[in-house]
Design a protein around this ligand. Structure first.
Ligand SMILES: *[C@@H]1O[C@H](CO)[C@@H](O)[C@H](O)[C@H]1NC(C)=O
Ligand SMILES: *[C@@H]1O[C@H](CO)[C@@H](O)[C@H](O)[C@H]1NC(C)=O
Ligand SMILES: *[C@@H]1O[C@H](CO)[C@@H](O)[C@H](O)[C@H]1NC(C)=O
Ligand SMILES: *[C@@H]1O[C@H](CO)[C@@H](O)[C@H](O)[C@H]1NC(C)=O
Ligand SMILES: *[C@@H]1O[C@H](CO)[C@@H](O)[C@H](O)[C@H]1NC(C)=O
Ligand SMILES: *[C@@H]1O[C@H](CO)[C@@H](O)[C@H](O)[C@H]1NC(C)=O
Ligand SMILES: *[C@@H]1O[C@H](CO)[C@@H](O)[C@H](O)[C@H]1NC(C)=O
Ligand SMILES: [Ca+2]
Length: 530
């Protein structure tokens, strides 16, 4: 490396550090030989994800105000002057008030109906979705007005809401509510930091004004690795790379709050004043960053959805794939290591020098040296490919000529009809090799003169060859339909031949009037003969 490059690199490290960690995906370096790009692992800044979340509350009708309702407070159950009325903007408490910008002096909150149906439980679900993988970077804070729930669960999904997992349980009595021992994050060590806990810290009654927040602690989990003031983030990032499940623990696409019992303000539910029991949430903070697999430093709203601005020739909502034409190596997430700039693990252009040693077109991520042949070959080619570079299609597949060699769909199944074809292979345009009589690209048709019956068989009869005799007609090439007085495969045999009794029971298929007239004709014919 020329000395000037080293100086530039040093300068650049200083720039990167000044900017904060992993904020830069690439930088133009001037060297003796001109400018070159340097690439780094990078991630978007942390943001307040409440601005982008979609909120859904369940069951329908859980939001108060329809019909209008009065409610009281826990501290003074005789103060019941507050009213909720969905039709009056000043008295309505719709779900979006959980995510509006907080202005000092104006408290806005979502509120449920009161517990008038006690002892039936008062249940509510709040589903928060982003349609984007995110990574928590700070504490989730849910601010309850009029008291925090005495039982609730925070759940998360990492697959856009298809499956859900508990994230943390909250109760004033964990054993009673969930049969779990009460724990706190400070009971956790590095080895069990991703344990799902039940905590009593945020559910006990302390008066509704003094403690309003229910927290999911992210910073104190980070602090186990990074120190109490998070001064040693390098250590945290190192653990993110090495400790199985650590990054995934903070990753989510959806969150769900299951509110199972409201604040009681005491030990018992007072049946005579149920108007003081309900849920009210004024704010939900979700500090997080887009998960871009360390391939993007920006995440922007596009068509209403958050989207990573992928670098390193990657693409996809989470930069989770290599761009078309950049699949010389298989895709890899960027790495926080080595500090401070990490490894970008960029996708390489197909056919570029970095990939040409053993190019597998993205169908394999393993190569192997075969000593006696002195070649390097791809191992376990996927996507139905084969060959030293995964450049051919497996038998039974053919190359899709409109797809690039690095396309996952480059090999298309031949789909030869088993009964009509000689084997399951096809030629380069997908044509199968047909057995005698079979036709069509997949050999699932018959040539003229053949009929399909679990394969193609030659026609028994044929109108042009007039194989059916005595006025019989050919039915679908397979058999002759004979006039009443004849029988046999080709209607070659008269029914009355050889002194047989022609008046014997007629074949069931022949309509009776026709048969009768036939018989009559025959009788006439025999009576007029000498
Ligand atoms: C909340 O969601 C859970 C899980 O889908 C469901 O079983 C439960 O019935 C829901 N509760 C309400 C009140 O909709
Ligand atoms: C976590 O591990 C520590 C010791 O490493 C142990 O004392 C603690 O009880 C564990 N916490 C949980 C919730 O299992
Ligand atoms: C409660 O959460 C809000 C919003 O995150 C925050 O501004 C406030 O400081 C928190 N209150 C306490 C006591 O932690
Ligand atoms: C994409 O790949 C090309 C060729 O390897 C490279 O020159 C370019 O800098 C890469 N782009 C990014 C954004 O990494
Ligand atoms: C979710 O995001 C994907 C792209 O990332 C988009 O195609 C899809 O339409 C989005 N769904 C909704 C409901 O916005
Ligand atoms: C062939 O590849 C093109 C481009 O990827 C794709 O649109 C098309 O569906 C593929 N054809 C088949 C038969 O898979
Ligand atoms: C594949 O076979 C079909 C039918 O025999 C033929 O028309 C086509 O030209 C063949 N394609 C190639 C590439 O040989
Ligand atoms: Ca609010």
């Amino acid at each position: 490396m020329p000395p000037w490059t080293r100086v530039a690199l040093l300068l650049l490290h200083c720039v990167a550090l000044a900017l904060g960690q992993y904020e830069l995906c690439k930088s133009l370096l001037s060297t003796d030989d001109g400018s070159v790009w340097e690439h780094y692992a990078c991630q978007p800044k942390t943001a307040s994800m409440k601005d982008h979340m979609r909120i859904k509350v369940d069951p329908p009708g859980i939001t108060c105000g329809n019909p209008p309702e009065r409610f009281c407070t826990l501290e003074n159950p005789y103060m019941c002057s507050d009213e909720c009325d969905a039709s009056n903007p000043d008295l309505a408490h719709p779900p979006q008030l959980m995510q509006d910008q907080q202005r000092t002096g104006l408290l806005t909150y979502w509120q449920t109906v009161t517990w008038s149906r006690y002892p039936e439980p008062l249940l509510a679900n709040i589903s928060l979705s982003w349609n984007k993988s995110l990574e928590l970077s700070g504490d989730i804070q849910i601010t309850f007005e009029y008291g925090r729930p005495t039982i609730m669960v925070l759940e998360k999904s990492t697959d856009y809401g298809r499956s859900w997992h508990p994230f943390q349980y909250y109760a004033d009595d964990c054993l009673d509510a969930f049969s779990l021992p009460a724990k706190q994050v400070r009971d956790l060590s590095a080895a069990n930091i991703t344990r799902v806990l039940c905590t009593e810290q945020y559910s006990r009654w302390v008066g509704s004004k003094s403690e309003k927040n229910v927290t999911f602690e992210v910073r104190s989990r980070f602090a186990v690795f990074a120190g109490v003031r998070l001064q040693n983030m390098d250590n945290l990032y190192t653990r993110m790379e090495s400790m199985k499940g650590l990054r995934d623990f903070f990753t989510f696409t959806n969150l769900r709050l299951r509110l199972l019992r409201p604040a009681l303000g005491g030990t018992y539910v007072q049946r005579e004043n149920l108007l003081k029991y309900f849920y009210a949430i004024s704010n939900i903070e979700v500090p997080a960053r887009c998960k871009c697999n360390l391939h993007a430093s920006q995440c922007l709203l596009q068509d209403g959805n958050l989207q990573c601005m992928c670098e390193h020739n990657t693409t996809g909502p989470d930069c989770q794939r290599c761009k078309k034409g950049f699949k010389a190596k298989s895709w890899k997430a960027g790495s926080y290591l080595p500090a401070p700039n990490g490894s970008p693990n960029t996708c390489a252009i197909a056919g570029s020098p970095s990939g040409s040693n053993c190019e597998c077109y993205g169908h394999s991520n393993r190569c192997s040296y075969i000593e006696y042949l002195n070649i390097v070959t791809c191992v376990s080619c996927k996507h139905n490919t084969r060959g030293q570079n995964c450049q051919y299609c497996r038998l039974g597949y053919f190359r899709n000529s409109s797809a690039e060699l690095d396309d996952e769909g480059v090999c298309v199944e031949c789909n030869c009809n088993q009964l009509g074809s000689v084997h399951d292979r096809c030629n380069a345009t997908g044509y199968c090799q047909c057995r005698e009589g079979a036709a069509g690209p997949k050999c699932d048709d018959c040539n003229p003169g053949y009929y399909w019956k679990q394969g193609c068989y030659p026609d028994m009869c044929d109108e042009e060859l007039l194989l059916c005799q005595n006025g019989g007609s050919c039915y679908e090439g397979q058999r002759c339909v004979c006039p009443p007085e004849f029988k046999g495969v080709l209607c070659q045999q008269s029914r009355c031949e050889g002194g047989q009794d022609c008046s014997a029971a007629p074949p069931a298929r022949t309509p009776a009037p026709l048969l009768l007239s036939g018989l009559l004709l025959l009788l006439l014919a025999s009576s007029t003969s000498p």
